[in-house]
Ligand binder design. Structure first.
Ligand code: GLP
Length: 241
């Protein structure tokens, strides 16, 4: 695991975007695993700039997002499909048909999960996975638990995660309590992983990534046994390293 600590969020976003664009330039038909949340927004902004300046080309890239809320359609402003279109895909030269996100309103969830898993495998697996991390250690929506799920599955969100995510929803609007998420097995199969974190509220969980202790109660801790992980954080999130 390599740790990179930068002065502030802007620097984190810039260096993460540089790493991603270098990767895409090296393998123009690569498969990216993408994340939502506030943290990667700055990196997406930078990548949009690089794409406009023709420093990186996404025309042959495929992408698979980590997760989607159960019950939200792609046109719902809080859905992750909407988030990705708005913050990234609408502004770069990726073919939208090559951007995959689980369907939150599918009728048959089990089928949706196994089809999603198959699609990732048929694409050759994820080459570069971008991750954020929840303050409780969740990656994707793999929440702390007695056991971790290997494959794409429907999961219950913890109170803590629902509370954290409620900041994006209008007051009175129902925050989904379930999501479809890629499992830990698929995340760990990615050839390279970049984990981003910013702000003091992530300091504790990032500190624990450095401790060497792997536990299902902290899903992000499993990344310590992955052969190629770059953790890119700002000073606040890296305060306990
Ligand atoms: C969400 C997403 C995660 C993300 C996490 C942290 O629940 N499912 O993929 O990493 O929250 O979000 P943020 O970056 O907003 O702190």
């Amino acid at each position: 695991m390599e740790f990179y600590v930068y002065d502030n969020y802007d620097e984190v976003s810039k260096y993460a975007a540089k790493m991603v664009s270098d990767f895409v330039n090296e393998k123009p038909d690569c498969v990216l695993g993408l994340a939502t949340g506030e943290t990667p927004i700055g990196m997406y902004k930078k990548l949009i700039e690089y794409n406009r300046e023709k420093l990186v080309d996404f025309s042959r890239v495929k992408s698979f997002n980590l997760d989607e809320y159960r019950g939200l359609s792609g046109s719902h402003p809080q859905s992750y499909r909407y988030f990705m279109d708005k913050n990234f895909f609408n502004h770069i030269n990726i073919d939208k048909h090559n951007t995959f996100i689980p369907n939150g309103i599918c009728e048959d969830v089990k089928k949706e999960c196994s089809d999603y898993e198959d699609k990732i495998n048929e694409a050759g697996g994820v080459d570069l996975q971008i991750l954020g991390v929840g303050s409780n250690g969740h990656i994707g929506f793999n929440e702390p638990s007695l056991e971790l799920c290997v494959y794409t599955h429907l999961t219950n969100l913890t109170e803590e995660t629902m509370k954290a995510n409620s900041r994006f929803f209008k007051s009175g609007e129902e925050v989904p309590d379930k999501a479809i998420t890629v499992g830990i097995g698929q995340i760990m199969k990615a050839k390279k992983i970049i984990l981003l974190a910013s702000g003091t509220k992530k300091a504790d969980i990032i500190g624990r990534l450095f401790s060497g202790k792997v536990s299902t109660e902290n899903p992000s801790s499993i990344l310590q046994v992955h052969p190629s992980v770059a953790v890119i954080v700002d000073k606040d999130a890296g305060a306990l390293i």
